[in-house]
Design a protein around this ligand. Sequence first.
Ligand SMILES: Nc1ncnc2c1ncn2[C@@H]1O[C@H](COP(=O)(O)OP(=O)(O)OP(=O)(O)O)[C@@H](O)[C@H]1O
Length: 739
Amino acid sequence: MRREQEFVDGLHSRIDALRAAAHVSMARELAPVGNGLQARVERDVRVAERSHVLAALDAVDGALCFGRIDLRDGTNHHIGRIGIREDDEDRTPVLIDWRAPVARPFYLATGHTPMDLRRRRHITTEGRTVTELHDEILDLDDPERTGHEDHTGDTVLLASLNAARTGRMGDIVRTIQAEQDRVIRAPQRGVLVVEGGPGTGKTAVALHRAAYLLYEYRELLAKRAVLIVGPNPAFLRYIGEVLPSLGETGVLLATMGELYPGVKATGTDTPRAAEVKGQAAMAEVLAAALGDRQALPDPVLAIEHERELLLLDAGLVRVARDRTREAKLPHNIAREHFEGRILNTLTDMYAERIGTDPYDGSNVLDASDITTIREELAANPEVWEAIDELWPRLTPQQFVADFLAEPTHLSEDDAAAIRRTAGPWTPADVPLLDEAAELLGEDDRAARAATEQERRVHIAYAQGVLDVSYASRTYEFDDRADEESEILAAHDIIDADRMAERHQEGDHRSAAERAAADRTWTFGHIIVDEAQELSPMAWRLLMRRSPTRSMTLVGDPAQSARQEGADLWEKCLAPYVEDRWERHHLAVNYRTPMEIMDVAAAVLRSEYPQFEPPRSVRSTGTRPWARHADRDDLGRSVAQACRRAAPAEGRLAVIAPRDLHPELAAHLPGVPVDGEPDLTHPVVLLDPRQAKGLEFDAVLVVEPSRYSTSDLYVALTRATQTLGIVHTRDLPKALASAL
Ligand SMILES: Nc1ncnc2c1ncn2[C@@H]1O[C@H](COP(=O)(O)OP(=O)(O)OP(=O)(O)O)[C@@H](O)[C@H]1O
């Protein structure tokens, strides 16, 4: 213990020194620089580098080192949240990053396959003090004993599973299990599906996978960013601290409703409206509705030009429209072609009208007369009014709002479900807006060409700066003035291309920040949590953001509100990758104790007799309970149950149908009813859909007979310790007999 404490003290002094040096050099870098682009770029790179290092150092301060592996050859390695090197000539590693290959046996070695280890040690710290050591002997022939032997091998894991919840998910880097490690370190390419029942660590694994990928493929992912999609803002806040605690910040966390820059999807749809908007056929419906906006005159459009009346009839416009459509360009881009054709048609018409020789019927106008006529027509506002009517320029927002006000190409029932003339955008509108943006296109080719030209110039500058940075590395190292540069230097974290992108005049945003503002951004990797909830239209949007199909999809078909069958993934993925995707199954439940999982499994089995629940790793000896309440007394009964069930430390969730919330909140002091729930409050009121993905020490489920089977299954599997049920109506049969 003393020796480990000395080691940890040594690490912290090193970190303190690095942090102090980073602060000093950051202050120095922030001093004013000249106006030259190169000076500014150099300064910005250094500041970015320092702030990245500082953020990582601050984030990992507690529990910096959590493990040690002793190898058969007598050497050992300490494992931690980040890698730290000695201040010597060889830059000897003192602390190994948990993601490095050397650290892997810490997670995978077993007595059966010891991977050259003699011993695995878990080091528990509080602040900077070592409080516990737990050793697992992996080489049974090794006679040495330390007095800290953990014969079960899972004391540290169980302690972390039993700890009181804070309302924010924590990282699991100390206790990643072997089946989870394989998913976390799977190669970055291709589509990886991770499925498993509630509490099997799918979310935890997805987040650690993001951290691993950012470490292993830093170059690529720092440039293209990682997107993590979660079901709602409360969930994103719940998981939001995990990656920073691992020293990683370059990730964009978003709900589907946040993936259309400039649109805030604050509205809510009825489940039926969301279903209609999400169905795959919607892509064709929108395309057909847009086709209708490419209109034909009914029966003619009259344009007055130089006192002549030119008549555009349906036949003439149809020819122009069909030819334009043949080019298969997006609507707004194709419009230019349509304009040209209509101008040509009108020019021919007018030229024939004024230029025909009355004697022989020939045309007396020459080419320059025709050009003049065309220019005059192009200057006539009436011509443009006609074109706007026949082929209007549209924004995605305009087009989708018009479509929702008057839905077409749908059955009367479906149209009625989504009809809306006012009100805010909803999350289910976002994939429609994105689809519309694709159909409409933006004519930004000229702007892009100009940007590309400018980018080339910046890359040339940036490459020069990187060369300077690389050359100065030796100098900085010898000088020892900038010690933090040995962790990361500009040339380690950035390449000329990316640096140029970030340092074009005024754009100092990270890739994740730029990605958030750019609808057409394509990500280096996309992770989707609760992926079973995505509609076919949402899949279309995400696949557009991932042309390389580098994705990790995490979910559980049994918890799906969408009534999808076991072939959910096949159906979702076939249109994009056919059967070229890999599936991992997680089978151990780390959250829900056995007693609660048995009840939840019985409920699901009533609908799916073949259902196999995940195996709970813990048992608490406390069975779930149910209390009947009088309808008039429901609020008071729930409040009473809360007082009894509330954990001394930790969080309690009351999960109840939405319409009961005001009544229940009236009896639960300080518990807010509206808006996104505050998960750090000791008591949280949620509906079953909001509870998805979350967990609490204690859970009270109210009126379970009003939930669908999958919602009830979700609600019953949220507790880490105790589950109670309060009901005025009869319990669902399967639940009653399992209690
Ligand atoms: N290896 C581990 N060590 C410590 N805790 C773990 C481990 N794996 C999972 N957990 C914990 O188990 C709980 C459940 O994990 P998580 O929320 O990731 O499960 P899930 O599969 O996403 O569940 P759901 O499907 O219900 O959303 C979390 O508190 C997580 O920290």
